[in-house]
Design a protein around this ligand. Structure first.
Ligand code: GLY
Length: 306
């Protein structure tokens, strides 16, 4: 069944006028990432490729298109994990880079640390020769419109962000049976400056272990952190549950215990995959055996040749 890649473009409510571009973007990213796997690329190469494509796509809340913090700035979080070694790298509250996931990979591969934050992460990017980009280039009209709307008297940013997520992520198994995950986000709309969500926190915003599986989640970061969602999915898989059963158990627990909604994409070492969510929608796509699967609403699994 190997190789396989599964990507998501965020759980929540996707307005009708954005549904098509949201679905198109995850399909494109799954195809691009699958091509990396087919040409012998590693699982880490594949997830970084998928998430980079989604960060560059303004339809999602990651990289270009990130939501804005309360001051109108862009602070991004990202995580990469290699299931062979359990090495991981993350950046939190980073500004001024186009692809936080690529920077997270550099943290994993070029430092002895697991996470760099804010100014320190940007200084590291500069030292690595990563081009700095103007904040304006990451801000879309849509993000600015939502930010302004949530500053209006009577607005309820918490409610609005519960409805519209857009974090992106990917999990993959390569031809050698190695697993990896990557997740990237602009966080939650009108968040406090310096807020760090689940995404860069290992076990919360992702986990990959060749012996168990790999997970990339999406949803309300504070809820995901309270239940360490990614590691919780893998805990259930260690107890013998399938990726689908484990995902549903973990998402149900998050809903019941902390009233949190979200979604996950998951693979196991054999290449069994799933995309599950407790929110109304989640844009997802999976590529395996020359078939592309995708969906947006519960129960959907459209297929087309790659
Ligand atoms: N899950 C993304 C965030 O809450 O930051």
């Amino acid at each position: 069944m190997l190789p396989v890649v599964v990507v998501h473009g965020g759980a929540g409510f996707i307005p009708r006028d954005r549904a098509e571009i949201s679905c198109a973007g995850v399909r494109e990213a799954a195809r691009g990432s699958y091509a990396v796997l087919k040409s012998g690329g590693s699982a880490v190469d594949a997830v970084v490729e998928a998430v980079t494509m989604l960060e560059n796509n303004p339809a999602y809340n990651a990289g270009k298109g990130s939501v804005l913090n309360v001051k109108g700035g862009v602070e991004m979080d990202a995580l990469v994990m290699d299931g062979r070694t359990l090495d991981s790298g993350a950046v939190s509250a980073v500004r001024g880079v186009a692809n936080p996931t690529q920077l997270a990979r550099m943290v994993m591969e070029k430092t002895s640390h697991l996470c760099l934050t804010a100014e320190g992460a940007l200084n590291f990017a500069r030292a690595m020769g990563v081009p700095e980009v103007p904040e304006e280039s990451l801000i879309t009209d849509y993000a600015r419109m939502r930010w302004k709307k949530n500053l209006e008297p009577g607005a309820n940013p918490v409610e609005s962000q519960m409805g519209k997520m857009g974090t992106v992520g990917a999990v993959a198994v390569d031809v050698e049976g190695n697993l990896a995950c990557a997740t990237s986000t602009g966080g939650i709309i009108n968040k406090m400056e310096g807020r760090v969500g689940d995404t860069p926190c290992i076990g919360c915003g992702g986990y990959a272990d060749n012996q168990i599986g790999a997970v990339s989640p999406t949803g309300h970061g504070e809820a995901i952190m309270k239940v360490t969602l990614s590691r919780l999915v893998l805990f259930h898989m260690e107890q013998g549950k399938s990726p689908k059963e484990a995902s549903d158990l973990a998402l149900d627990y998050m809903k019941e215990r902390v009233k949190g909604l979200g979604g996950v994409v998951v693979v196991d070492p054999k290449g069994t995959w799933t995309a599950r969510f407790s929110s109304l929608q989640m844009a997802w796509a999976a590529a395996q055996q020359e078939q592309l699967h995708y969906g947006l609403y519960h129960g959907e699994d459209f297929t087309e040749p790659i």
